[in-house]
Design a protein around this ligand. Structure first.
Ligand SMILES: C[S@@+](CC[C@H](N)C(=O)[O-])C[C@H]1O[C@@H](n2cnc3c(N)ncnc32)[C@H](O)[C@@H]1O
Length: 216
């Protein structure tokens, strides 16, 4: 069952990102709120689950070195084609852990890619994030809200609280504030807000979050 979920997700995104042109990259301004933290970052920035490369391009336009990561080989192929100056790319599945040394990054971006997992896998990935971010560093992320009714909230079979099995792309989790505090304990949550994103055809409700790691 679990291997099917993983394979379904991979196939869904391999198909979605079969051939992406540079025009498909749509930068939105959600990271502007954290620009001081991004400006101050001296290490390369990880763009986890980078997809089209929207956030990769945003960060590079701000002069940052970016490592674009994804499970999909097509995503990585398109990033190399459309954003050839990218600092680095890494092809891996977060379900296998994050292939980086301890304390490697001051800032990691995880935009709409941490909401596909069972509880045990979500905790494993968040623990990996804690391991590779330096003490005092930041995870900046967005996840589906439980109110994201245009994009599947409450639809399908609920296999864990707020985690749904979809017919096409494997699992999809929807968060409320309590879920975020539950999963991201060990981080100091400096900003958390439910917001509407208009980048898709139908508006999307999500949580935007700034989480600081305190390893002491
Ligand atoms: C909704 S897209 C978000 C893309 C981009 N971050 C953005 O916001 O435009 C989700 C991305 O996460 C990637 N992803 C999903 N599950 C993953 C996993 N287990 N390991 C690595 N990447 C994954 C998908 O391949 C896809 O590119």
């Amino acid at each position: 069952m679990e291997s099917n979920e993983r394979e379904n997700s991979l196939q869904y995104y391999e198909k979605m990102f079969q051939n992406v042109e540079k025009d498909n990259i749509k930068i939105d301004d959600w990271l502007d709120k954290f620009i001081n933290i991004i400006d101050d970052c001296k290490t390369p920035i990880l763009d986890l689950g980078c997809g089209y490369g929207n956030d990769t391009l945003y960060l590079m336009n701000k002069g940052k070195k970016v490592i674009s990561c994804d499970q999909s080989s097509n995503v990585i192929k398109n990033i190399k084609k459309n954003i050839p100056d990218v600092y680095d790319t890494k092809h891996f599945n977060m379900l296998d852990g994050l292939p980086f040394e301890d304390n490697s990054f001051q800032v990691i971006i995880a935009d709409l890619c941490l909401h596909y997992f069972r509880e045990k896998d979500t905790f494993m990935i968040i623990n990996e994030l804690k391991r590779i971010i330096v003490n005092g560093g930041y995870l900046i992320f967005r996840v589906n809200s439980i109110n994201d009714v245009n994009h599947g909230a409450g639809k399908g079979i609920e296999i864990e609280p707020h985690l749904y099995s979809t017919t096409d792309r494997g699992l999809k989790r929807f968060f409320n504030k309590e879920d975020i505090l539950y999963f991201f304990k060990g981080f100091e949550i400096e900003y958390l807000n439910e917001e509407i994103m208009t980048r898709y055809k139908l508006e999307k409700r999500l949580y935007r979050c700034l989480a600081k790691i305190n390893k002491n």
